[in-house]
Write a protein that binds this ligand. Structure first.
Ligand code: FAD
Ligand code: ZN
Length: 470
């Protein structure tokens, strides 16, 4: 029996594929930046099957790339070295709902949208929210410690995970799927897997934290003269609503133009053009009279000059249309042609200075490039992107990716920021990590990787930079 035969046995007749047509969609990611190849796709349906398969791989030095919804933006889920692919999509059961404790336990392959729906059906909120939520899986969200649009109020994915079940490289199952809010029994091992990007183990299930479903959501789209004014608006709205903001997203004029040009039904909600906009949302209970408080706060901020115009959604449909403007930015940027992207964070107060310094630095390298700096201003996380000077493909522009990236990341470092705020390191940033993270931190990361995966079979070459030999 070959090793592959043993692997197929371990996952059962419906648990694998060697059909190139079935494997093909798993080999390329959303941005078509990375393409891989793989001889075998494993589709385990139980934790025991994951364990049996990994045990065989570990004993035989077979490398494995875990993949959830394949929406990752740093190439971590792509088998670039011909590794075996392990898809979690058949680990798709909702295991338990505890309404009193407000927890939901699901398997790793359940999509984020399904998790949100299961919470909603039970009259709870699961607040993680990403434009990719229809396809990404909760296992992928945890493996990347995903952020999204509600971090301001609810934190990153890490803050939403109470327990985990994970399988180590050698097949050992770590059942840490407790639903406790408090548990200080030594090292909190589940944290190691959150944000580990498939390098330390395969997450098979998670106990998630649910929140009360807000009765009221107020959504507004405001014109602001500058990122600094947007921050002033953020402070004023938080202070006057008692911290009720759940989202605060920065949108530049050019992004709104891209969206109204490329996305059907998208319209500019305001009459006059403004260089910058903010999409904000506040949520709360019915008793809080949130709508009136929010509008008073916005009115005062406008008198102060923090905003020059605004529309507050008067219906759910209007709120959804405003959110669609924000959520369509990536898609419309793609339709506009080539772009060079960064996912950076700096201290919130430093965002305006960062943009003011980094945009001209990039334009000096790529004259005519179109800056599209948007995203989670309330978290200090900007998707600091540039479209090519002209719509369409532009290989000469894309050839400057590395040079542009290093320029941007060096400025991020000067501001005490991070070169990956929410998308992770994967393969895209692994070579640069040593430039931005200390030797001591990298050595600690390598020691952890060696302890959990001594044969280096899980996502080799991703996230953890090799030791540089001079
Ligand atoms: P995959 O892409 O399949 O995998 C991502 C990484 O996790 C890989 O390294 C993989 O090996 C590992 N992995 C996946 N599942 C497991 C598992 N069960 N156990 C161990 N490792 C695993 N991200 C944000 O943070 N915020 C955003 O706002 C956001 N918006 C996006 C919008 C669009 C349009 C797109 C395409 C992507 C966006 N993303 C965003 C990125 C992406 O959706 C997230 O990284 C998501 O968490 C990935 O989930 P996935 O199931 O698709 O994982
Ligand atoms: Zn984002």
């Amino acid at each position: 029996m070959t090793v592959f035969d043993r692997l197929k046995d371990a996952v059962g007749p419906n648990g694998f594929s060697e059909d190139p047509a079935e494997i093909a969609p798993h080999l390329e990611e959303w941005r078509s930046k990375y393409k891989g190849h793989s001889p075998l796709l494993l589709k385990p349906a139980t934790t025991a099957q994951v364990s049996a398969a990994l045990c065989i791989c570990n004993d035989n030095g077979i490398k494995v790339v875990t993949q959830g919804g394949n929406t990752g933006l740093v190439g971590g889920q792509i088998p670039l070295q011909g590794e075996v692919l392990l898809s979690t999509r058949r680990l798709n059961k909702v295991r338990a709902l505890d309404e009193t404790g407000a927890t939901l336990t699901v398997e790793a392959g359940v999509t984020l949208a399904e998790v949100q729906r299961a919470a909603d059906d039970a009259n709870f909120l699961f607040p993680l929210s990403l434009a990719s939520e229809g396809s990404c899986t909760i296992g992928g969200n945890i493996a990347t410690n995903a952020g999204g649009t509600h971090v301001l109020r609810y934190g990153m994915t890490r803050a939403l995970v109470l327990g985990l079940e994970a399988v180590l490289a050698n097949g050992t199952v770590l059942d840490m799927s407790r639903t406790l809010l408090k548990d200080n029994t030594g090292y909190d091992l589940k944290q190691m897997f959150i944000g580990s990007e498939g390098t330390l183990g395969v997450i098979t299930a998670a106990a998630l934290r649910l929140f009360p479903k807000p009765d009221v959501a107020v959504t507004a789209f405001a014109a602001v003269p500058s990122p600094a004014a947007a921050l002033k608006l953020l402070g004023a709205m938080q202070a006057r609503t008692g911290g009720m903001l759940s989202a605060f997203e920065l949108i530049p004029r050019i992004a709104l133009e891209f969206v109204t040009r490329h996305i059907e039904g998208a319209r500019d909600p305001l009459e006059a053009a403004s260089p910058w906009y903010v999409l904000m949302e506040a949520t709360g209970g019915r008793e809080a009279n949130l709508g009136a408080t929010f509008e008073d706060a916005l009115g005062a901020a406008m008198e102060d000059g923090a905003a020059t115009d605004a529309v507050v959604a008067s219906s759910q449909a209007q709120a959804a249309a405003l959110w669609k403007l924000r959520e369509s930015i990536s898609e419309s940027q793609k339709r506009e042609g080539a772009s060079i992207k960064h996912d950076i964070s700096v201290p919130v107060a430093a965002v305006p200075d960062f943009i003011a310094r980094a945009v001209p630095a990039v334009l000096a390298l790529t004259p005519g490039a179109r800056p599209v700096s948007f995203g989670h201003l309330g978290d200090g996380n900007i998707h600091f992107n540039f479209n090519s000077p002209y719509p369409g493909d532009d290989p000469a522009f894309l050839a400057q990716w590395e040079e542009v990236q290093q320029t941007v990341h060096d400025i991020v470092k000067d501001f005490g920021g991070s070169i990956s705020a929410e998308h992770g390191i994967g393969v895209m940033k692994v070579a640069q990590l040593p430039r931005y993270k200390s030797h001591e931190e990298l050595d600690a990361m390598r020691a952890i990787k060696a302890a959990f995966d001594p044969n280096n079979i899980l996502n080799p070459g991703k996230t953890v930079p090799p030791v540089l030999r001079l």
